[in-house]
Design a protein around this ligand. Structure first.
Ligand code: SAM
Length: 268
């Protein structure tokens, strides 16, 4: 993976390219975790009927689905820079306005949403502070800006066993622990830097069961996100070594993978 330069156009390009994959591949890799996470995230936000919401970095629509269920399609807007995900979200929610674009330049007027949400997106933003500030700009004063990011740094994210195996074989490999918002307290700090008020940190945890080791491993070979990009670059023998190391580290199937995310709820 190319080195991240936070705030630079290069990072934006990388963020988009890593998710320039079919929605089905995303669903098998991260959707298994983000769909149940979205239920908890939407519950934690405390949505009320009559509110208008924006799902920033909607992907194929895990959180969008929860917003539609709670607020109705007319009240939900979504945006993502990945063409394949925008197409998938539009197909899944024909009555939701799904736009193409990035958090840092939201194509909406000031103060139009009651709630603006970003699930598993801040760590991929080219400029997370600018992205959160944009989320605040389009949210009415007193409205809610909220985000969550996996706890990659604390080793309780969904990919912890994978990155452990990678480091066992390739200690210099760059994992996702250093990404914005992925360590304790950092998401709240980014919100403060973006000018948000009444920042309430919390965490969310989901548990996903895998019936077989192949069920867990195969999605890593689909090229999704930093983990998929890492596997895609490996020669066949190193990929097989990584697969075998992962199998050693994981419990005998069926096994659960518990995954925690840092969450903040703040006021625009
Ligand atoms: C891990 S996925 C999360 C998708 C969805 N929110 C979910 O929970 O399943 C990260 C998403 O962030 C999007 N993304 C990357 N850079 C972004 C940016 N600068 N602004 C908004 N979204 C971005 C990607 O296209 C991708 O859909």
């Amino acid at each position: 993976m190319a080195r991240r330069t936070y705030g630079g156009a290069l990072t934006f390009y990388i963020g988009v390219v890593m998710f320039d994959v079919p929605a089905d591949a995303y669903a098998r890799f991260m959707g298994r975790f983000s769909e149940p996470l979205a239920v908890q995230f939407a519950n934690a936000v405390g949505l009320r009927e009559g509110q208008r919401a924006l799902d920033v970095g909607c992907g194929p629509g895990a959180l969008t689905a929860q917003l539609v269920e709670r607020l109705g399609a007319d009240a939900v807007y979504a945006i993502d820079p990945s063409d394949s995900f925008v197409a998938a979200a539009r197909a899944r929610f024909p009555c939701v306005e799904v736009r193409s674009g990035a958090a840092e330049h939201l194509p909406f007027s000031d103060d139009v949403f009651d709630v603006t949400l970003a699930q598993l997106v801040v760590h991929f933003m080219a400029d997370p502070v600018a992205g959160l500030a944009e989320m605040a700009r389009v949210t009415r004063p007193g409205g809610v800006v909220t985000a969550c990011v996996w706890d990659h740094a604390g080793g309780t994210g969904p990919l912890a066993a994978f990155w452990q195996a990678v480091h066992d074989l390739d200690p210099a490999a760059q994992d996702e622990a250093g990404l914005p918002g992925a360590r304790a307290g950092h998401l709240a700090l980014l919100c403060r830097q973006a000018g948000l008020g009444r920042i309430e940190p919390s965490s969310l945890t989901v548990t996903v069961w895998f019936d077989t080791f192949a069920d867990w491993w195969e999605p890593f070979t689909l090229g999704v996100g930093p983990a998929g990009a890492y596997v895609a670059r490996l020669a066949a023998d190193r990929r097989e070594a990584l697969r075998a190391r992962c199998e050693q580290l994981l419990p005998a199937p069926p096994f659960p993978v518990k995954a925690s995310a840092w969450c903040v709820r703040a006021q625009a």
